[in-house]
Design a binder for this molecule. Structure first.
Ligand SMILES: [Cu+2]
Length: 134
């Protein structure tokens, strides 16, 4: 399943996934700057936003190594401009139970503030929306 990052959004506008299913996520950076796809609920997005904020003032060069508590890591795929990274990911069965829903977000400093976030939509195998906790 392709997920394209742009400056500063994602294509498609929602990521439809089936809980429990293992998907081959193809993250393609069609933008001019580095981006990432962090997939998880609010607490995961907040953890990466906080972890990456201090890297805003680092000089150009390799991306600074950042980390968060493993329980808040979610799935994070960092892709340089023009790069494609393929990741096998099993969507947690419990994901639709998270109040507030799940998102795909970019926490390269400034990108979240520019609106680089889309919702994850949980669906059945035939594409019907699943009930969520929200
Ligand atoms: Cu970005």
């Amino acid at each position: 399943m392709p997920l394209v990052t742009r400056d500063y959004t994602y294509v498609p506008e929602t990521l439809d996934v089936v809980p429990g299913e293992t998907v081959l996520l193809q993250v393609i950076n069609g933008g001019l700057v580095i981006h990432e796809a962090v997939i998880g609920p609010d607490r995961v997005q907040a953890a990466w936003e906080a972890a990456e904020a201090p890297t805003a003032s680092t000089p150009p060069g390799p991306t600074a190594v950042v980390s968060v508590d493993p329980s808040l890591a979610g799935l994070r795929v960092v892709v340089g401009s023009g790069v494609r990274r393929d990741v096998l990911w099993t969507v947690p069965l419990s994901a639709p139970d998270d109040p507030g829903g799940w998102f795909v977000g970019c926490h390269i400093p400034g990108h979240w503030a520019l609106g680089m976030v889309i919702p994850v939509r949980f669906v059945t195998a035939d594409g019907s929306p699943l009930p969520t906790a929200r």
